[in-house]
Design a protein around this ligand. Structure first.
Ligand code: PLP
Length: 386
């Protein structure tokens, strides 16, 4: 059994992929060719955003809006410590200060009440209000932005996070790297915040065959700046440089591959819902010691991962599944505030207890739109014999 089966999808559209690749080889526009615009228009329409700007990775999709807003040294950006490294890394890369905010234990997403506490702590420079990076002098720092993450595919609580951001004039970025296909009350992931960033890494809900990403926004000025930043800060042309930028373009070939896969996407989102429902129903009957994922009313998860909580039995469960040929994964084994790379911030064990607890309890099971019922039954069977 595979943790995620990417070959099943390919077998359904291999002819279209081959034809799309051949078309690119024929026209030869490898950089920003016509498939790039076609993909951007297709995904902007799907998400319901005015602008979609493709780029080289999900990480670049987070860098571009921060750079466009001029966020850098002396700026505080709030995010959660229970996410993939890229979410916080981009903040540090630009010289800004990541300030971590703990998660909700049920959704694994940023807790809006904790965000308010963290804001108050920064305003007062008082770590007794909320844990702060003790090695960083926050006097005179400007609170600039929030990056909320849609972990495992479930959109964060944008109604509450958005209103906290509005109240404090904070720029809000949705890290939708895992949530493409998800929604809140019919509004698609990728449309929340001032800007949303997503990733097309092969294992994400909508993947390419390499690295790729996209930024979505309704803000015309910001879109213009990000288009410029994507190509070395170009102005009228690429030898007219208005600002310091990057080479953050997506390859034409990746866009071509995604266009070939795109007709499958809506049905894949549906298959993910069905698979998640089936897992949850069967696990609830047979595995009472674990906690299955909860999707709040009105929310649809993109189900990048199906992640359970195992209490203090994770290693036993993991080994038992492995010995039955069932692969699993732990996202994420160490919260970011405890990573070596973040030791210069001097956060401590115990600063974000909900994230720390999640990191020892979570276990992601084999999942995907092409997961066979028979494979799922094997996974479920392992819990019966635990
Ligand atoms: C995958 C991921 C990213 C980074 O995307 P890349 O395309 O790998 O650069 C950022 N944030 C989250 C939450 C992710 O899961």
């Amino acid at each position: 059994m595979q943790f995620i089966d990417l070959a099943a999808q390919q077998s359904l559209v291999r002819t279209e992929i081959d034809a799309r690749i051949r078309a690119v080889l024929d026209h030869g526009n490898y950089i920003l060719g016509p498939e790039i615009g076609e993909l951007e228009q297709t995904l902007a329409a799907y998400v319901g955003a005015k602008h979609a700007i493709s780029c080289a990775s999900g990480t670049d999709a987070l860098v571009l809006p921060l750079l466009a807003k001029g966020i850098g040294p002396g700026d505080v950006v709030f995010t959660t410590p229970f996410t993939f490294m890229a979410t916080a890394e981009v903040i540090s890369l630009l010289g800004a200060i990541p300030v971590f905010v703990d998660i909700d234990p049920v959704t694994f997403n940023m807790d809006p009440a904790h965000l308010e506490k963290a804001i108050e702590a920064v305003q007062k420079c008082d770590p007794t209000v909320y844990p702060l990076p003790s090695a960083v002098d926050l006097a005179g720092a400007r609170m600039a932005a929030v990056i909320a993450v849609d972990l495992f595919g479930l959109p964060a609580d944008y109604e509450r996070i958005g209103s906290v951001c509005a109240q404090h004039n904070l720029f809000l970025i949705e890290d939708a790297a895992q949530s493409f296909g998800g929604s809140i009350h019919g509004r698609k992931a990728g449309s929340f915040g001032h800007v949303a960033a997503t990733s097309f890494f092969p294992a994400k809900p909508l993947g390419c065959y390499g690295d790729g990403g996209m930024v979505f926004t309704d803000d015309d000025d910001l879109a213009d700046i990000m288009l410029s930043l994507r190509v070395h800060g170009k102005g009228e042309d690429k030898y007219d440089n208005k600002r310091i930028g990057l080479n953050a373009r997506m390859d034409t070939l990746q866009a071509a591959i995604m266009l070939a896969k795109w007709p499958l996407f809506e049905s894949e989102v549906e298959h993910r819902q069905e698979a998640a429902r089936r897992y949850t129903a069967l696990l609830a009957e047979r595995a009472r010691s674990i906690i299955t994922p909860t999707v709040p009313e009105g929310y649809v998860s993109g189900w990048a991962q199906y992640t359970i909580r195992c209490g203090n039995k994770r290693e036993d469960i993991r080994q038992h599944l492995a010995s039955n040929g069932v692969p699993t994964a732990v996202y994420y084994p160490l919260p970011l505030h405890l990573q070596t790379a973040y030791s210069p911030l001097s956060y401590s064990q115990g600063d974000f207890p909900i994230s720390e607890q999640a990191s020892v309890e979570v276990l992601s099971l084999p999942f995907g739109p092409y997961l066979k019922d028979s494979d799922m039954d094997i996974v479920i069977g392992c819990f019966e014999s635990l």
